[in-house]
Design a protein around this ligand. Sequence first.
Ligand SMILES: C[S@@+](CC[C@H](N)C(=O)[O-])C[C@H]1O[C@@H](n2cnc3c(N)ncnc32)[C@H](O)[C@@H]1O
Ligand code: SF4
Ligand code: SF4
Length: 316
Amino acid sequence: MEIMGRGFRQIVRETPCYFHLLTKYVSYKMFDKKSPIYGSADIINVCNLHCTHCYWWLNRKENEELTVEQWKKIIENKFKKQHVFIVTLVGGEPMLRPDVVELFINEFPKRVCLVTNGTIPLKKYEKLYFYWVSIDGTEQIHDQIRGKGSYDTARKNVKDYISKHGAKAHKDIWISMTINSLNYKTVKDVAEQWYDYSNKIAFQFHTPFAKGDPLWLPFGPQRTKVIDDIISMKKNFDDNYIINPTKHLELLKKNWGGKGTTPIDCPTWSILSVDHLGREKRPCCIGSADKDSLKPICEDCGLGCYSVSICYGMNG
Ligand SMILES: C[S@@+](CC[C@H](N)C(=O)[O-])C[C@H]1O[C@@H](n2cnc3c(N)ncnc32)[C@H](O)[C@@H]1O
Ligand code: SF4
Ligand code: SF4
């Protein structure tokens, strides 16, 4: 028996987590008490790429990195204290901090997702939930966004991982594509090209930090068509390969998040997000802990992780 990649034993071991999840859900529904369900941590302040669309570079400041011991304290004082269920590791490029990756995976067995640009060889961690590999188009477009050779390296690393770790290894690879004005025509190709090498694919849309950002795919006929195409593509693949629920994709056709840079309907509380110093980011995981930072435009938001929660009954 397997549910969302979790075997019977895992589910039994996680019984206390489900109890906390249920408590959180009931408290939210009955008393409007909001407590985070997920966590996200920028475990590193360094990246080996400089992608054109990236929010992280916009607010990056030169800072020291935290030690493993400091991260352990953050895990205890924030994530464990608030009983978050799944933790997503981001950055920068989290694969450049294997010591912190290992710490998180040991603290949250089968409850850590690691978001990577795929340019560093993927290590087999028995207790990792899965890798999110970011793919932003077919080779030429992906390289235009992420830098020459980045697609080929990511493809090689994923293929090597699968050939090294056996037939089931593709289950550890989930693809994340952020759709923008450069790559929106490649959505079908990306799904087809990665189907044999991955377990799932998720789509989200570029979120701008300035009005007039040319990478943002505006609400309107072009964006609606991209989404309608994804919805009809869903039935061409087996096993719910495209994981966005149809209701979620429909939501991304328009403003679901807020007004200007203020979140309104967005369930920002559902993810406890910390930066590379362990400080809580506002208003969400693409924001910043610094008061003088640039802010994402909520009314044009395309982020998948918060908008999908709306489909499960959570709001701002
Ligand atoms: C900041 S990266 C960090 C992890 C890793 N370096 C990577 O590229 O996957 C996390 C994810 O955010 C996405 N992302 C970056 N800028 C974005 C933006 N402005 N709007 C939406 N997603 C964005 C990236 O494509 C990537 O999938
Ligand atoms: S690899 Fe990830 S963190 Fe680095 S610039 Fe690209 S999107 Fe941003
Ligand atoms: S996820 Fe929420 S808070 Fe963040 S930019 Fe989008 S709407 Fe705003």
